[in-house]
Design a protein around this ligand. Structure first.
Ligand code: NAD
Length: 498
């Protein structure tokens, strides 16, 4: 890795695919574009179906030995990966900030330690893998289950938190005894290749392979390979539909972590001081490019106006700038094309009746940042939730605030969207908190907080937000099949045949 004259990161060798523990050079490359400047800063391999096939072959061969490793060994490997991440923690933030525009302070504070913690959590879980004895079986038999790995996992991840997304797939899949082929997003592949290079000496060859390239070509070749035992996907619903139709044709099982439109319902009795901070974090952390984002605030009429004033004033003060600058709070979006989509989506919502209270401006930061995909943090009001801003996932720093007076109506509005990932309720009334939490259609509900995701707490959605859970004990089961063994302990049989 080198830096250019401006001090920005540049990688001057094309990054290869990683197959069987070795670099697999590929003649065709894809440019990695830095969102803050629009310049090309690296190149990654554009893998065709033949390279994908090699990666699956390598993972299938490695599965035969990896599946037989002791739980203690898998635990040690996962713990060593976590240690490697921690020991190299200083190397990642600039890379992540360059790659997807994540503010460097967040990359250091959140992405690297979270990824390490995911490996440590599943290192612990690895030792707990066990089957069960079925006690309801007759005394004349001994029936037990074994939890067995599935085989080769195809892991497909998005660009918004690459290190964390990879950790969420690799750690449980390896703990359960599977091998893996990872396909990162074409918009953020460099960190994944670097990560797998960085752990190459810790995992046996072929256990972790990486193919880079476009979804429609490289990704499609991976999910349609008949040797894939399970697809583990994180990304958007359009890609999920295509992948599931391909998986359906082969009956390949899948775990789907998809998008969201997170509603935070604020009661009339909420503590507005803490709430305001959490609302800002909920929508503007990671540049608003988070599936769990609190993108929709449903505020009780008693607190609505004050809340809008507070949030607007704070949003206007947010420092948007170079993600490599430690004082930056919000960096650029992933690309100019994505920024333009967000701008158009907000324009549409305004045409439908939403009001802009803060942001909705493309700032000109000048100099090398002049080509960056920047967008000011935006607050809209949409009192009765009638515009598209209250139901579409923008995947950017855009908060929509609605007003409610009737609790049933607030819950109905929150549940009216296609998604069901994360929701929240903010109130000091315990009964209200539990009542609303029980009624929200979501995989996760936060009460008087947002984004709290300790390991062990299942992460995932319902409805169009997908199925399967990551980050928890039950995740191991996503990567295993139950085999039952029924042993007869006697020779007596019913008189069925002459
Ligand atoms: P995306 O769906 O465009 O791409 C995700 C990955 O799928 C990429 O690696 C892409 O190359 C690949 N892909 C696309 N089409 C494919 C195909 N036909 N076959 C195989 N692979 C294919 O999503 P994105 O734009 O990278 O990420 C944003 C989306 O991800 C948002 O909707 C966001 O909410 C969601 N997301 C969800 C979670 C979660 O945990 N629920 C986490 C992060 C992001």
């Amino acid at each position: 890795m080198t830096t250019v004259g401006t001090g920005r990161l540049t990688i001057d060798r094309p990054l290869p695919a990683i197959v069987g523990g070795e670099a697999r050079p590929v003649p065709d490359v894809i440019a990695a574009v830095e969102p803050a400047t629009g310049r090309t800063w690296a190149h990654v391999a554009d893998c065709d179906a033949a390279v994908v096939g090699e990666a699956v072959t390598s993972a299938a061969a490695a599965f035969e030995t990896w599946r037989a490793t002791s739980l203690a060994h898998r635990q040690a490997v996962l713990w060593a990966i976590a240690d490697r991440l921690t020991a190299t923690a200083a190397d990642w933030p600039a890379l992540l900030a360059t790659e997807n525009g994540r503010a460097i302070r967040e990359a250091g504070l959140i992405d690297v330690p979270t990824a390490a913690e995911i490996f440590r959590y599943f290192a612990g879980m690895a030792r707990g893998v066990h089957g069960e004895t079925i006690q309801g079986a007759p005394e004349t038999s001994h029936v037990y289950t074994r939890r067995e790995p599935l085989g080769v996992i195809a892991a497909i991840v998005p660009w918004n938190s690459p290190l964390i997304s990879i950790a969420h797939k690799l750690a449980p899949a390896l703990a359960a005894g599977n091998t893996i082929v990872v396909k990162p997003s074409e918009l953020a592949s460099v960190s994944t290749v670097r990560f797998v290079e960085a752990i190459a000496d810790l995992v046996p060859p072929g256990v972790v392979n990486v193919v880079t390239g476009l979804g429609a070509t490289t990704g499609d070749a991976l999910v349609t390979d008949p040797r894939i035992a399970k697809i583990s996907f994180t990304g958007g619903s359009a890609s999920a539909r295509t992948i599931l139709s391909r998986a359906g044709a082969r009956l390949t099982p899948a775990l789907m972590e998809l998008g969201g439109k997170g509603s935070l319902i604020v009661g009339p009795d909420a503590d507005l001081d803490t709430l305001t901070d959490d609302v800002l974090t909920g929508i503007f952390a990671a540049n608003g490019e988070v599936c769990f984002a609190a993108s929709r605030l449903l505020a009780h009429a008693d607190v609505h106006d004050e809340l809008v004033d507070r949030i607007t004033a704070r949003a206007d003060r947010i420092r948007v700038g170079d993600p490599l600058d430690a004082s930056t709070q919000v960096g650029p979006l992933i690309s100019a094309a994505h920024r333009d989509r967000v701008v158009q989506a907000v324009d549409r919502a305004v045409a439908e009746g939403a009001t802009v209270c803060a942001g909705h401006r493309v700032p000109d930061l000048g100099g090398e940042l002049g080509g960056g995909a920047f967008y000011r943090p935006t607050v809209l009001t949409d009192p009765d939730g009638g515009t598209s801003a209250s139901c579409e996932e923008f995947f950017g720093p855009v908060l929509t605030v609605e007003r409610w007076s009737d609790e049933d109506e607030a819950v109905a509005r929150a549940n009216s969207v296609a998604y069901g990932l994360a929701c929240g309720v903010w109130t000091t009334d315990l009964a209200r908190a539990h009542r609303i939490a029980g009624r929200l259609e979501a995989g996760m509900v936060w009460v008087n907080t947002w984004f709290a995701t300790p390991l062990g707490q299942p992460q995932g959605g319902v409805k169009a937000s997908g199925f399967g859970r990551e980050g928890a004990a039950e995740t191991i089961a996503e990567y295993q099949a139950t085999k039952v063994v029924n042993v007869s302990l006697d020779t007596a049989r019913p008189p069925m045949w002459d």
